[in-house]
Design a protein around this ligand. Sequence first.
Ligand code: AMP
Ligand code: FE
Ligand code: FE
Ligand code: ZN
Length: 310
Amino acid sequence: MTGVADEAPRYAQRMTDDAVQGAGAHRFSGPNDLHLHSNHSDGTETPAEVVRQAHAHGIRTLALTDHDRSTGWDEAADASASLGMTFLPGMELSAKYEWRSVHVLGYLFDPDDVALRAETDRIRGDRIGRAERIVRNIGRDYDLVWADVLAQTVGDATVGRPHIADALVARGIVSDRTAAFDGILHPREGYYEPHYAPDPLTAVSLITGAGGVAVIAHPVTSGRDRMMPVPYIKRLVDAGLGGFEVDHRENTEAGKKILRELAAAHDLIVTGSSDYHGAGKPNRPGENTTSDEMVARIIDRATGSEPRYA
Ligand code: AMP
Ligand code: FE
Ligand code: FE
Ligand code: ZN
């Protein structure tokens, strides 16, 4: 296991003086899937495997967006280049509006940005203590200990409920991740604990401040997370919000309509993505995609890092 301090990203595609901004917009080709997870967070495959799966599903431009972590970029970028694909560095930053979890996708930010790294270190550290608390709660009623969860994480993976779900599966307590989330891991069952996360305004400002493009992930999932109030979303736009992930299997149809109207009114980017987690979720690469025009807008808007072209 390596410590957080060992994680200084090596991602080599920084903006250089001769990088002509805007030129990149014409150097990639679709289909484009901008939201996939590896085992650096709660996906089940290595970054290179994720890239190979995306390629096998016809994707030609992809972003790796692990939760609160950018350590998978180099491996994914190398795998993408070897397959003739374009790689966009990304992350899914944890945030919270009141009690609701909000995920903010960041693209093409500077992975060495001090403020952003301090925040992801804080979130990732608190996620560990929180997961231990959840396991302690579950352990009162089921045969589950912290070592079971550690056995399901690779290296310094950003720990989340999916790893606890995998531990419950390994113990034979539930059949799969979905059953765990519908049962024991659901807040209504009483074992749930929250973790530290910044508010969405802070999250958007950090990503934007690091030269990245901030896109709210699955903003209108049914039931568990209602959409943030429109006046608050307008504050996010004023803070530099780039757009919304509209085409995502968990967004409601009514919600997608509202998002498209908001995006049109504020000239925002709209994306569509799979949110692939390997075997951890039914989502398949390319089940939703982003238009070339929108990918070009993301690349043109970002100043923190560059895509890796084949
Ligand atoms: P956490 O951030 O630790 O609260 O865990 C939330 C994560 O669990 C999200 O990033 C999702 O990717 C994942 N997740 C949520 N619901 C499910 C589900 N039904 N099956 C598998 N993974 C899920
Ligand atoms: Fe996830
Ligand atoms: Fe998410
Ligand atoms: Zn995700």
